[in-house]
Design a protein around this ligand. Sequence first.
Ligand code: XMP
Length: 319
Amino acid sequence: DWTMAEFRQAKIAEIRAQVGSGRVICGLSGGVDSAVAAVLIHEAIGEQLTCVFVDHGLMRSGEAEQVVSLFRGHYNIPLVHVDASTLFLSGLAGVTDPEAKRKFIGKTFIDVFEEEARKIGGAGFLAQGTLYPDVIESVSFTGGPSVTIKSHHNVGGLPERMNMALVEPLRELFKDEVRALGRELGLPDVFVGRHPFPGPGLAIRIPGEVTRERCDILRKADAIYLDEIRSAGLYDAIWQAFAVLLPVKTVGVMGDGRTYDSVLGLRAVTSTDGMTAAAFEFPGGFLPRVATRIINEVRGVNRVVYDYTSKPPGTIEWE
Ligand code: XMP
């Protein structure tokens, strides 16, 4: 049995032994895992680390700003902010298959990291906040032959050939352990307590084709949903909550006019590790209030539905 303080010291020694005097690029996704990995690695090797935040245009509202201010302001860890939204969104044009989206995004992240590595004169290592569940879910054993449920962008989504060796200090941890380590490292509570957000971002919450316009619609709806969850004091009772923009249009009526717009799905689950999950039961009146706000405030959405599927047989994300 180890405590987080011991784990921290053991990992620091391990990272130093692996990296030596080499340079490391750490990709920040905006989530807790990569932030904890970056702070730990920075503690181990200081200036040998360069953090790169790749904005793929698939972030939630305000996410990019929060990460940049945490790293530059709170930690004073140098951070390169790459706006790669055009690269990602143009590459996603016409792509509708969930695994094709994931593979494209995983590969494009690596392309951007390799380019940033070149700019700093080369880096032998790429650090990621990969967790144990990312590893097992990318190759899932169901008793028979192994079946991939989803290629997590940082595991099964990686290209086969890479120039950099991986540094993954969180690879044997579950989410609650990463949060404990984050607190041990002094990350602010609001950051450590954030809901998980997948590396492929909004792309896997827009079944069908991902466009900048659909990302904007989803971002607005998602922000309203989370805003209402926070005001109701429910944020910490939920493992993860988000909206999904469906490629289905339905007929509605607003004022004296007919509407023909997209359906939005709302998802909220409880879970301890993301491996299994149950739909969250909101108090009465909450979901109708959110639905009304979204339909009134977000152009392009005229119907809202709630997803009651547990995992299994569903998964948390829709793709
Ligand atoms: P699923 O949808 O497989 O998700 O039930 C389980 C948990 O993993 C997150 N998730 C990802 N996280 N890269 C990540 O960093 C990914 O590619 C990825 N896919 C899913 C998901 O948000 C949930 O918390």
